[in-house]
Ligand binder design. Structure first.
Ligand SMILES: [Fe+2]
Ligand SMILES: [Fe+2]
Length: 309
């Protein structure tokens, strides 16, 4: 398996259908099916990790110091299930947006690629679900308010904020997975799942990056400002939604105490900056971080690279 990485830059966005043709060809040449390409019959390995230790939310906090080695692994198991559960919801929302592109009925390559991507997201969500099952834990379901907001978002017009929102999910997970897939201490099923996801998501990232730039160029100054503010607002919620506070109960920590400790820790900023760096640099290049309100909101995420903040 070779790992491509999206090389799309704001200045080098090509014609819509030319990119789509390239992505369709790549989709036909290089695709995986989690069902067949992961050895689900092999057992999980005792003592191996579910998350790299330094990416677990409580790493290097006072609460972390009190946890045994086994409890730290257990917290990692719950955190990965929370992230995968969020991933399934997110892929459903992204697919609904892609179907709206297809639903325009242009029959262009760009439109055909949108359903090719839905096909991949469907396989990913099944793969995430199987992985959750393999952990022996139940998925972390989204609160009703979160579900309602995601349903309302389906009525907003597609534009820079929707493609930016797609990137918020795809690029943050991509960066985390590129690191964890090479960690020999990680569970083998999880590493294989991450390899498959990384390869296929690089196409999705190219598609969303280029479309975000095109839609920014196609709209007026006021709309651009609105989309910037929406994206920066969504960013503040996306990061928080990844880890469900109920995960802390697995190691005897009150969920509120757990989340407050995690959010206040230096690890939060380190991890957010690590997960977001390529994406935020791209957003800045594409003009998505300009404006007083937008930059305030981005600073609140604590994900901005220091030189941009
Ligand atoms: Fe995916
Ligand atoms: Fe994707």
């Amino acid at each position: 398996m070779t790992e491509d990485q999206s090389t799309s830059r704001a200045k080098t966005v090509g014609p819509r259908d030319k990119t789509a043709r390239r992505l369709l060809k790549s989709t036909a040449n290089k695709f995986y099916d989690g069902e067949a390409d992961i050895d689900w019959d092999a057992p999980m390995v005792d003592g191996m990790r579910w998350m790299p230790e330094h990416r677990i939310s409580l790493y290097r906090t006072k609460l972390w110091d009190k946890l045994t080695e086994e409890q730290r692994r257990e917290l990692g198991r719950h955190e990965i299930v929370s992230i995968l559960s969020f991933g399934i919801y997110a892929e459903g929302i992204l697919s609904a947006n892609l179907l709206r592109v297809f639903g325009k009925g242009t029959f262009s390559d760009h439109s055909m690629y949108s359903i090719a991507e839905v096909g991949e997201e469907s396989r990913h969500s099944i793969m995430f679900g199987k992985l959750i099952e393999k952990t022996g834990l139940k998925p972390y379901t989204m609160p009703k308010a979160g579900l309602l907001v995601s349903k309302i978002a389906q009525f907003l017009p597609l534009g820079p904020a929707s493609y930016g929102g797609t990137l918020l999910i795809e690029e943050v997970l991509d960066r985390a997975q590129r690191e964890a897939q090479n960690d020999p201490e990680m569970q083998p099923h999880l590493r294989q799942m991450m390899r498959i996801h990384v390869i296929e998501e690089s196409r999705h990232i190219t598609y969303a990056r280029e479309e975000m730039v095109r839609s920014m160029q196609a709209t007026n100054r006021i709309n651009r400002a609105i989309h910037r503010v929406i994206l920066a607002t969504v960013a503040n919620f996306t990061y928080i939604a990844l880890i469900n506070p109920r995960v802390y109960r697995s190691v005897g920590i009150n969920p509120i105490r757990g989340i407050v400790t995690a959010m206040a820790s230096p690890t939060y900023k380190t991890n957010m900056q690590f997960f977001s760096e390529p994406m935020i640099r791209f957003f800045a290049e594409a003009g998505m971080c300009e404006g007083v309100v937008t930059s305030r909101l981005w600073k609140m995420t604590r994900a901005m690279p220091d030189d941009l903040a």
